[in-house]
Design a protein around this ligand. Structure first.
Ligand SMILES: [Fe+2]
Length: 217
């Protein structure tokens, strides 16, 4: 890589953290999003173990995270979603300029989230994966955004706060408001959280992890 020679008096962005967004409502994927909403509700209605696990975790609502290993194997709409996500994962990997040595990202875990009013999900990362994402299936008015946290936060020993109107890439907590059909992708080490859901009805999303096996044999 050639050394960079910035213009005098300029700022150079280094070590940039990037989040990918695309919006699928109104595209050819729109009918799938509608079918997935019904599928999420159907699967949740039959998954007593999932409700119990969610309650035990203090999660207000339902997640299939621990109870259903692979929804793409039990529901054709989820299998169709996997095909869509595989394409988006490749787009993300190319935009991020990852050297995948000819390999393709592979879907690992995929799970349903039905977040009830007043529910939230504290800050976390997604270990054991390369990048992660969420597709938003139902986003009623007032539903939570997804909030990303500056990964350097722990190093900011004496840094002043940013101005309220500072550019988003200079803030330490950045909310990204999804709509029905929004797809977000980010590197799995990036901490994020779901603030309290202020909607009157549940917010439904599907989250997932991608990995890349770079072994040569
Ligand atoms: Fe997450």
């Amino acid at each position: 890589m050639q050394p960079n020679i910035p213009a005098a008096g300029s700022l150079t962005p280094l070590f940039v953290t990037e989040v990918y967004r695309t919006d699928l409502a109104g595209t050819s994927a729109d009918p799938l999003i509608t079918r997935l909403e019904a599928a999420c509700r159907r699967i949740a209605a039959e998954d007593k173990k999932g409700w119990e696990w969610s309650a035990a975790q203090g999660y207000l609502g339902y997640t299939s995270y621990e109870s259903i290993v692979d929804p793409t194997k039990i529901d054709p709409d989820f299998a169709e979603l996997k095909a869509l996500l595989d394409v988006q994962a490749l787009i993300f990997a190319r935009l991020m300029e990852f050297d995948l040595r000819g390999k393709v990202p592979t879907l690992g875990a995929l799970w349903i989230n039905i977040l009830d009013p007043n529910g939230s999900h504290g800050g976390h990362t997604h270990p054991h994966s390369v990048f992660s994402g969420t597709i938003y299936i139902s986003v009623p008015e007032g539903a939570s955004a997804l909030q990303f946290e500056d990964p350097r936060l722990g190093f900011m020993m004496h840094a002043p706060q940013r101005l309220p109107n500072a550019r988003p890439y200079r803030q330490v907590m950045v909310p990204m408001a999804p709509a029905r059909g929004t797809l977000l992708l980010w590197e799995s080490w990036l901490r994020h959280e779901v603030p309290t859901n202020r909607a009157k009805t549940p917010r439904i999303s599907i989250s997932f992890n991608y990995d890349v096996d770079l072994r040569t044999s």
